[in-house]
Ligand binder design. Structure first.
Ligand code: ZN
Length: 385
């Protein structure tokens, strides 16, 4: 048994002062205040002083980093990527595909399924892939962003099942445009299989959006980006995303994809329970400016902007920065910002045991300075500094 202590801990719903977390075999055994519980005698104690211990971040929309794209990365490149993610506070993530030809996508899904199954047995110390997010191919042509038009597909159960089989059932999230023919049927089938259906890359009007939600959609992908803009007489998808209390919504809080005032607006609209941070990071993250791949697409990166033919193509954002950014952009305190990066994405993804620190759960947490800088990350009890 090993213990970790700090001035404060956020579970994240509760605040515990003078905290002590005890860990054994990669799992949390107890979480308490040092006033109530002493460290086990003769067992190692790591004291993080003034810092806060918070749950590890969970990024449900992540394409790559340190020159590795999740659709193409080898096992050793993925390992480097996962170490990089952990250094930025991410302990769980969904490797996210971009639209590509069906063959390329199917072989990427097979490799990602291998990575997920291998991670279940690994010893921790790096971010863990928990499921796959399919971003495409069932997206709107009008709002495709950089997704290649020739590879977009009409929603069909047959195509979805091919993807599902290649991924050996590890698809946990899918972004879909609800206005497409066949979308409702696909949404209800994917939801039945436990997939979080997320509305995005969509030109839907209000009624089409509501039909998608009635069919089972419960989340929105990079809100405001690749979506029909809000019109006060024809509110469209955003009218519903901003006002539907059941729906969670994520945002790329890099200050590039969405103005900081609009990040603030989204936080006010969704409230502290339904506001989710993602990075949408691509292989350029953690690298100097240059040319990088996003799936099969080449992207130019300059001053932190990832662009293909004038259109934004993912980000170079890290989750720890997103957490600090929303404190600045939208006035969240550290506990609220941490919620948006941990328990909220876990709940949106339908993994309610993740994104929190509680007995019986994985010992996945991040140690943050009062300014939100990373001091250390712990995955399955293994510390990375
Ligand atoms: Zn993306």
């Amino acid at each position: 048994m090993a213990s970790f202590t700090s001035k404060v801990l956020y579970t994240p719903l509760q605040r515990i002062n003078d905290a002590i977390v005890s860990v054994e075999n990669g799992s949390v055994v107890s979480v308490a205040s040092r006033n109530e519980v002493q460290a086990a005698p003769n067992k190692p104690v790591t004291d993080f002083g003034d810092c806060a211990i918070v749950p590890g971040f969970f990024d449900v929309h992540m394409h790559g980093g340190v020159n590795c794209d999740v659709m193409r990365g080898t096992a050793s490149e993925m390992k480097q990527l996962e170490t990089f993610l952990a250094r930025h506070g991410v302990t769980s993530y969904f490797p996210t595909t971009v639209t590509a030809s069906l063959d390329v996508t199917l072989s990427a899904l097979e490799r990602l399924a291998d990575a997920i199954e291998a991670a279940e047995k690994n010893g921790g110390g790096r971010a863990q892939p928990l499921g796959i997010h399919l971003e495409g191919p069932f997206l709107s042509h009008a709002k495709r962003g950089v997704h290649p038009p020739d590879d977009l597909l009409q929603p069909s159960l047959g195509a979805f099942d091919k993807l599902w089989q290649a991924a050996r059932g590890h698809v946990r999230m899918i972004t879909i445009a609800p206005e497409l023919d066949g979308a409702e049927e696909l949404i209800s089938e994917a939801s039945r299989r436990g997939v979080c259906v997320s509305l995005g890359h969509s030109d839907a009007d209000l009624e089409q959006t509501r039909r998608g939600i009635r069919a089972g959609a419960r989340h929105a992908t990079h809100t405001f980006n690749a979506m029909r803009p809000l019109d006060h007489r024809a509110p469209g998808i955003l009218g519903e995303v901003l006002t539907n209390k059941q729906l969670s919504a994520d945002v790329i809080a890099d200050g590039i994809h969405v103005d900081r005032a609009v990040v603030d607006l989204l936080f006010r609209a969704k409230g502290i329970e339904k506001f989710v941070l993602i990075t949408d990071a691509i292989s350029a993250t953690g690298m100097p400016d240059g040319r990088y791949m996003l799936g099969t697409l080449e992207v130019e990166v300059k001053d932190g902007r990832c662009v293909r033919n004038g259109t934004l193509a993912g980000s170079a954002l890290t989750m720890d920065r997103a957490v600090r950014n929303v404190m600045q952009f939208a006035g969240l305190d550290l506990q609220q910002a941490v919620r948006a990066a941990s328990i909220n994405p876990a709940q949106a993804a339908g993994m309610p045991k993740k994104g929190k620190i509680e007995p019986g759960g994985n010992a996945d947490f991040v140690v943050l300075t009062p300014d939100g800088e990373i001091r250390a990350t712990v995955v399955k009890g293994v510390v990375i500094q």
